[in-house]
Design a protein around this ligand. Structure first.
Ligand SMILES: Cc1cc2nc3c(=O)[nH]c(=O)nc-3n(C[C@H](O)[C@H](O)[C@H](O)COP(=O)(O)OP(=O)(O)OC[C@H]3O[C@@H](n4cnc5c(N)ncnc54)[C@H](O)[C@@H]3O)c2cc1C
Length: 514
């Protein structure tokens, strides 16, 4: 008799778990309180990506003159843009037939069941009184936007509300300068919204490499986005004149406020661990996320968890991987597969795009690794010059001992795609010499990888390094941990273009490093 695996939540993690379980010959039961697809298809990734593309087209329509094309800038039709967004979501549901595909594999699918509750680790009760039982269960219920306990917090909106707004906000204050806040700021700025971003942190996207943060902040500023970093506190929200919302905060010891059409909170993502009976089962939960081991087991026997609800990756790729791993272990009822998350490309479809993989320079410093870096600016990339898309750079970090790539951080056109190539390179364990020898197509954006690898190849070559030292090979490479955040290090030493000069005066570097 095959094992029966209950999967709760039909986002990327749950669908992957149910499909893997069914493929392995188990009886998989997939239960979702709403529609399958999760945040990925229904309310997060897809809507953001659809609007990012519209924003991109709008921006490009305003730049046609650069390419010798006479046209006036396209005007945004907000209701039509939202109509397309929802049509794309529907089209994806129809095209991918998430539920049907799962059923074809033999998964027993229960959608739109409303509230559910764990009666035991392997028994789930539905609101209509029926129950389902299994041999093991996998919790894949995802998460939701975090709120903050502020006076007037109920006046704030969340990312999901953006695609429900009847009219595009003329102005917005975004609290939180992480990935989601930056994604929405970039979209709305291109639509013509006056965008303010505000954060207690010293730099935007603090989880990224310092250079990436600095360059993105500069590019955002050039697009009119106003960033206030290192503020003292967010103090509350209140209603202003004619339907506006006022955000109150303190900066440099002074009380200040911004009045906008909307205040958007992008201050984190919490696990949906409440209201399903996990506490009663004694499941260990930390900061709203289910605690799991490397086999994705919870502390309660027969109960696994995967995806955003574990608080580990918060990405579709990570959720899918975890769903698969949890299912393999649940079906085999053994320690068969460990969760990996070793090489996970990240990035976002902002303008300009950014992407990253592997270690940041500060992590290499902290780990005491002897490393070398190369920074190639898009201003020196043929394809970027052809397309007039010269914002950005590629920073590659390599281990001086093994010459293997430790990380790459990219800003610029198609950065997210380029970083995928880096993921393949790193997964293959290629050295910078092997990457430098690749014959990649020209002129392409991803060719920036070759330029960085070739630069690193010479920097890692002892003879060439000696030439660097003697000055015969040009200026020595800008370098090393304590100098990392100096603006001059973010600037290629040889030729200072206006963009590089602007970077040198960037205001978003921590004061201690200037
Ligand atoms: C605005 C935004 C943009 C994003 N952009 C990207 C991106 O570009 N790339 C990327 O990789 N990631 C992105 N993410 C993150 C990505 O959406 C998540 O990491 C991913 O969806 C997590 O998958 P999951 O299956 O763990 O959870 P979810 O996708 O959240 O799915 C959880 C499922 O569980 C169901 N559920 C919830 N509670 C219950 C319950 N009590 N009972 C039964 N079912 C329940 C829900 O209905 C849902 O279907 C973005 C997120 C947001 C918010």
């Amino acid at each position: 008799m095959s094992r029966r695996i209950l999967v709760l939540g039909g986002g990327p993690a749950g669908v992957a778990a149910a499909r893997t379980a069914a493929r392995m010959g188990a009886q998989a039961v997939l239960i979702d309180s709403g529609r399958l697809g999760g945040v990925s298809t229904n309310s997060g990734v897809l809507p953001a990506r659809v609007l990012a593309h519209t924003a991109r087209l709008k921006r490009e329509s305003g730049q046609l003159g650069v390419y010798g094309l006479r046209a006036t800038e396209a005007e945004l039709d907000w209701p039509a843009a939202l109509r397309r967004l929802f049509n794309v979501v529907e089209a994806l549901h129809v095209r991918k037939e998430i539920a049907e595909e799962a059923r074809k594999l033999g998964v027993d699918v229960h959608e739109n069941v409303g509230e559910i509750r764990f009666m035991s680790p392997t028994t789930i009760g539905f609101a209509n009184g029926t129950t389902v039982e299994g041999d093991a269960a996998i919790v894949c219920v995802g998460g939701r936007s975090r709120s903050i306990p502020l006076p007037g917090a109920e006046l704030a909106i969340f990312p999901n509300d953006i695609w429900r707004m009847k009219a595009m906000p003329r102005s917005i204050a975004i609290v939180g300068t992480g990935h989601t806040g930056c994604q929405i700021a970039s979209i709305l700025a291109h639509f013509g919204t006056e965008v303010h971003m505000i954060d207690l942190k010293a730099r935007i996207m603090p989880q990224e490499d310092e250079l990436l943060s600095v360059v993105m902040a500069k590019e955002f500023a050039a697009r009119g986005i106003r960033i206030r970093s290192v503020i003292d506190s967010i103090d509350g929200l209140s209603t202003g004149m004619s339907g506006s919302t006022v955000l109150h905060y303190k900066e440099a010891g002074e009380s200040r406020s911004i009045k906008t059409d909307a205040v958007l909170l992008c201050v984190g993502w919490i696990g949906n661990t409440d209201r399903i009976g996990l506490e009663e089962l004694g499941v260990e939960i930390a900061r709203s996320y289910i605690k799991v081991d490397k086999y994705l087991r919870t502390n309660v026997p027969k109960l696994y968890a995967a995806g955003d609800v574990t608080g580990q990756m918060m990405l579709v790729s990570g959720a899918t991987h975890e769903g698969h791993v949890a299912a393999v272990n649940a079906v085999t009822n053994a320690e068969t597969k460990k969760v990996a998350h070793t090489l996970v490309p990240t990035g976002s479809f902002t303008d300009p795009e950014y992407g990253a993989i592997g270690m940041r320079e500060s992590q290499c410093c902290d780990a005491g690794i002897d490393y070398e870096t190369s920074v190639i600016w898009c201003e020196d990339l043929t394809r970027a010059i052809i397309d007039d898309r010269t914002a950005g750079f590629c920073k590659m970090i390599a281990d001086r001992r093994t010459h293997k790539v430790l990380g790459a951080h990219i800003v610029g056109e198609r950065a997210v795609e380029t970083v995928q190539l880096m993921a393949t390179i790193m997964a293959g364990g290629l050295t910078v010499e092997q990457v430098a020898d690749l014959e990649l197509a020209f002129p392409t954006y991803s060719a920036i990888i070759l330029m960085a690898a070739r630069d690193l190849k010479y920097k890692l070559d002892p003879e060439y390094a000696a030439l660097y030292q003697s000055g015969m090979a040009g200026s020595p490479p800008a370098r090393r941990c304590p100098d990392l955040l100096r603006p001059s290090d973010a600037v290629a030493p040889a030729r200072k273009s206006p963009r590089r000069a602007a970077l040198a005066s960037t205001p978003c570097l921590p004061a201690s490093t200037s």
